[in-house]
Design a binder for this molecule. Sequence first.
Ligand code: NAI
Length: 253
Amino acid sequence: MNVDGLAAVITGGGSGIGAECARVLAKEGAKIAVLDLNLEGAREVAAECGGVAIECDVTSSESAVKAVGEAKEANGIAQLLINCAGIATPGRIVNRNGPLPLEDYEAVIKVNLIGTFNMIRLIAADMQDADPMEDNERGLIINTASVAAYEGQIGQAAYSSSKGGIVALNIVAARELARSGIRVNTISPGLIDTPMMAGLPPEAHESLSKQPEFPKRLGTPEDYAKLVLNLCENVLINGEVIRLDGALRMAAR
Ligand code: NAI
């Protein structure tokens, strides 16, 4: 698909990976809607992109319905959805204080997995009515999983479960939406240098950056955004989960 003039919705677009996707897609001529719980962050990014900022809690049906409606009103039917909203709250299944509070587990599943599904269902419902492009393609949905879907580390029970759910959802969504000409792909990043990593002490940052096999550096939001453009360009990539990790395989801790 040619993204020039296309309406794009980016969740979690107020920071990190989502923000960079918004910038890069805007440069290519896409009409951007930045959806985020953090409206301030969304506003800053939208201002850079000439797009719209919309407050949205992806875990809420009501909030997402409203946000998708506002995005459509501003830019038309979205033909590109990038699901980047996510949280990575760690916690062992059992720690010194006892079992992980169930609400902590639920909170991560709600944002990462249910939030992704919530946006897919709402955006796809509109996308199927969009004008077909070359190959009768109507749109593309890109989800964000993680290498933690495969090699979750100690303390990542909730995060890994949520990302594994996204990986499993990918092919179902691609199969169901195929009849409307909608592709679904998922990117599973390794270590990407974003505000999510900013809380780490410098030694941990340094040590993590040596972990990928090659290249020996952290990934960047730009690396991710490049893959988004590749996925837009190549209509045959569908139902795929792509690791973006420099052959990183995380150890247990
Ligand atoms: P980030 O923390 O910079 O951005 C995440 C954004 O999601 C924030 O703007 C936040 O406000 C928003 N958000 C959180 N909860 C939300 C909700 N309920 N509704 C709407 N928005 C909400 O994080 P980053 O690094 O850009 O992460 C983006 C995605 O990439 C996440 O899904 C994350 O799990 C995934 N990822 C990140 C990796 C990394 O190393 N940074 C590695 C693998 C995956």
